[in-house]
Design a binder for this molecule. Structure first.
Ligand SMILES: *Cc1c(COP(=O)(O)O)cnc(C)c1O
Length: 354
């Protein structure tokens, strides 16, 4: 049972929706009328409120800005066939958010604030869920340190926010990928499994240098040999080799435990395709490519769902993948879309009704 929490609601006078069309809007640029805000002080969560989306007033000494105690999540809401609002697997994001929080020495956010707050916020702004293929309402929970002081230690106070952003398709084009050998995203003992702000800042330079070489993103490799594959950009990665789906395992803590990754593994098994979660090395990929056994590669994540890879480069080896053979990835994306948009039975209990 979710304990009761008083959520104070202040509504906007005029909805911004009157001046905005929800068709083909760019990812993450527009925000709905309302946001949820809560404060952690003296060991408890308080001031839980839903109010008009608005700027925050902060001091220059805000600890999150200096030392990076800041974590987030990404979840999507859809309209089902009957026009009802549904959220895809939010409890998995809720659990992961608190795993990130623990790693960053931040307090856990209780279910009655995260889930119940999200539910009430979406209920209020449900007209912001676009009603079109590949469109959705992106839900962004965020928590950051709010002590105003300079000195490295865990903050005593935090702010939790949820904002909603209506969004069109994220990636449309298949990606050219550069296998990264210089920069490292995550190492054992590090923070690769947490969705904390610093991970993204640390990864941008690699993507920027790959772009200069004509690539869309990097395939991250391990910190020691730069050979063991981790993730593609900010997505989990799946390779189809000899009709088996291979994806890097989570044990080392260098990979984000993606909700889409988990859903895709479930759907692969449903299709009768064998899944191996294990260490995978770039030499194995090249070897399989030369034998004609490496047929597909794709990224998985909430924003893009399934993003096809058309080319991979490692040193001077270029692996081109025939996209007309990317039947597994496309079938998985369609199957997942059918479940999310309520066109297929929700047999894995993934949809949370608002
Ligand atoms: C969010 C994220 C993913 C994907 O997780 P989903 O739950 O599927 O959205 C993968 N890798 C990184 C680094 C991420 O931040």
């Amino acid at each position: 049972m979710i304990a009761a929490v008083d959520i104070n609601v202040t509504k906007v006078e005029h909805s911004k929706l009157n001046d905005l069309s929800l068709e083909n809007i760019p990812f993450g640029k527009y925000f709905s009328d309302h946001m949820l805000e809560a404060d952690y002080e003296n060991g408890e969560w308080k001031n839980v409120e839903i109010k008009p989306y608005q700027p925050l007033v902060i001091e220059p000494s805000l600890m999150a800005l200096h030392y990076g105690q800041s974590i987030f999540e990404g979840i999507k809401a859809y309209k089902d066939a009957d026009g009802n609002a549904v959220v895809f697997r939010p409890y998995d994001n809720f659990k992961r958010f608190n795993i990130s929080a623990e790693r960053m020495c931040m307090p856990a956010v209780p279910e009655e604030v995260f889930i119940e707050g999200m539910k009430q916020l979406i209920e209020l702004d449900k007209n912001w869920i676009p009603n079109k293929k590949d469109h959705s309402l992106y839900i962004r929970p965020l928590m950051f340190a709010t002590d105003n002081m300079i000195g490295v230690k865990p903050s005593d106070s935090y702010k939790f926010l949820i904002m909603l952003s209506p969004t069109g398709p994220y990636y449309s084009e298949p990606m050219k990928i550069y296998v990264e050998e210089k920069y490292t995203r995550a190492a054992p003992g590090g923070v690769g499994y947490a969705k904390n702000a610093g991970n993204y800042a640390g990864s941008m330079i690699a993507a920027r240098e790959a772009k200069k070489l004509g690539y869309d993103q990097v395939l991250w490799t391990d910190a020691f040999e730069h050979k063991w594959l981790q993730e593609v950009g900010m997505m989990n990665v799946v390779f189809i080799i000899n009709n088996v789906a291979v994806t890097p395992s989570l044990e080392e803590g260098t990979i984000l435990n993606g909700v889409t990754r988990d859903s895709i593994i479930t759907l692969l098994k449903e299709k009768g395709i064998k899944v191996e979660e294990r260490r995978i090395n770039v030499d194995e990929l090249i070897d399989a490519y030369k034998k004609g056994l490496f047929t597909e590669a794709f990224g998985t994540g909430t924003a893009a769902t399934v993003a096809l890879i058309k080319e991979l480069r490692y040193k001077d080896e270029i692996m081109k993948l025939d996209l007309t053979k990317a039947t597994t990835a496309i079938a998985l994306k369609n199957r997942l879309d059918d479940i999310r948009y309520g066109k297929a039975d929700d047999k894995f209990d993934w949809l949370f009704k608002i």
